[in-house]
Write a protein that binds this ligand. Structure first.
Ligand SMILES: *Cc1c(COP(=O)(O)O)cnc(C)c1O
Length: 432
């Protein structure tokens, strides 16, 4: 890379054309990356301010390391909000996308395309049934709700979902999201949704009537605070669905693609849903969503009833295939469980030392450290120390590390979090 005084940088990069052995050198010009402040100024003027953003512009990354525009390095234990399941710049995914983008960028679903067939096969042979592809989690949830209503008898339309669940921001998905803060001011919501407290089987039983079509649940509630299911709860939902001819939908947008140490969260809990939704890490950061439905349910999504223009596009599909290949060839499901134990051991000990840690909830690479005080300050304190993490549901420090996070990164991250929690405990202690 060449820096010129004009403020332009020149890159000369080898570009693969067709066969892996054919390269062409191309010259690229780019302006100097803007500073974080300059990028923030652009946002202030032109981007709708619906997100609370940290005042940092991220420019590149590798594995669990990411750099900001000022060159500061961070260890990211929440990469891509769970989307970057292989961390930053996963090699196979980059290569697959580069090759595909030069061959065919988009093929509409009026044609067949090999990558979509292959990714469907890869998902279904590791899971079950048949796949439908879309571009996001909310879109997958919308499709799953439609499919459940289409599949069950005509009078059935009600969907039961769970308090503190999260299913996305489109109207159906956000209606299913039983958190009043997300409904405020945008009503009326979609008709036909009822909510049960999480882990309360009796409450679910009470809500079921002859019009109930489906139960929708995350195997582990993510945004709601990494809430794991009580022993027997998911199995109980399975039985209620079987007894009442209802469809069990697992929202695996966060728990899917190896996150829990198995390909899908349902395998971790040994309870088979009828339909599952996926997105986030499914294509290692390329936008992609999917619905998987049992063979006998899938045909209810009849031609003409549902579609997605960009859904199943070849770029997302090859990225998804490369994600699965990487997880498999690097034994990342097993690695995920090893790293999970490392986190769990560390924080179990820490919990004994620091009383403001109220609870620890760990499922594979989903980690929630529940405090007796607000967790939001942890984000800034960790960032000062070069660590990125998330705070959710008021009191929970949440980590969604990449499946390929290393042992030393876990150790380093744990020490920083311990420092941060100690500092928070000290400032929360009553002063005299
Ligand atoms: C993030 C998330 C969604 C929404 O996904 P989008 O891609 O943002 O639409 C839905 N369900 C769960 C469980 C999620 O974690």
């Amino acid at each position: 890379m060449l820096f010129l005084d004009t403020g332009f940088r020149v890159f000369i990069l080898p570009i693969r054309i067709g066969h892996p052995s054919q390269f062409q050198y191309r010259v690229f010009m780019a302006t100097q990356p803007r500073s974080s402040q300059e990028t923030i100024a652009l946002f202030d003027q032109y981007v709708i301010p619906n997100y609370r953003r940290f005042p940092i512009s991220l420019v590149r990354g590798e594995g669990s390391t990411v750099y900001d525009a000022e060159g500061k390095k961070y260890l990211d234990l929440f990469p891509g909000w769970g989307c970057n399941i292989l961390g930053y710049s996963p090699e196979r995914v980059i290569q697959a996308v580069q090759e595909q983008v030069a061959r065919l960028i988009h093929v509409p679903n009026t044609w067949y395309m090999e990558p979509q067939g292959e990714f469907a096969e890869a998902l279904c042979t590791r899971g079950f049934g048949k796949s439908f592809f879309c571009n996001s989690g909310a879109e997958a949830v919308e499709g799953a709700i439609k499919l459940a209503r289409l599949h069950t008898s005509e009078n059935r339309y009600k969907i039961i979902s769970f308090q503190n669940g999260f299913h996305g921001r489109t109207y159906g998905a956000v209606t299913a999201t039983a958190q009043p803060k997300y409904h405020q001011g945008i009503g009326p919501m979609v008709a036909g949704f009822t909510y049960a407290p999480h882990n309360d089987l009796d409450a679910v039983r009470e809500l079921i009537d002859s019009e109930t079509a489906a139960i929708l649940i995350e195997p582990v509630q993510g945004e709601g605070g990494v809430n794991t299911p009580a022993e027997g709860f998911l199995q109980g939902l399975r039985e209620l669905c079987d007894e009442n001819e209802m469809v069990l939908i697992f929202d695996e947008v966060q728990t899917g693609m190896g996150r829990t140490g198995n390909w899908f969260g349902y395998q971790t809990f040994g309870v088979q849903p009828d339909i599952m939704t996926m997105a986030k890490g499914i294509a290692a950061g390329i936008a992609c969503g999917a619905i998987i439905a049992k063979d006998e349910i899938a045909p209810s999504l009849r031609p003409g009833m549902h579609a997605s223009t960009f859904g199943g596009n070849p770029i997302a599909m090859v990225a998804g295939n490369a994600t699965i290949e990487t997880i498999e060839s690097e034994n990342l499901l097993e690695h995920c469980q090893t790293m999970s134990s490392q986190f769990e051991e560390f924080f179990t000990k820490l919990k004994e030392e620091i009383p403001i840690i109220r609870d620890l909830r760990v499922c594979g690479m989903m980690i929630g450290i529940d405090l007796t005080i607000e967790s939001a300050p942890a984000v800034g304190l960790a960032m000062e120390r070069g660590l990125l993490l998330n705070s959710t549901h008021d009191t929970v420090i949440r980590l969604l590390p990449a499946l390929n996070v290393t042992e030393s990164e876990v150790a380093q991250g744990c020490e920083i979090i311990a420092d941060v929690i100690r500092e928070m405990a000290e400032s929360a202690a009553p002063q005299n």
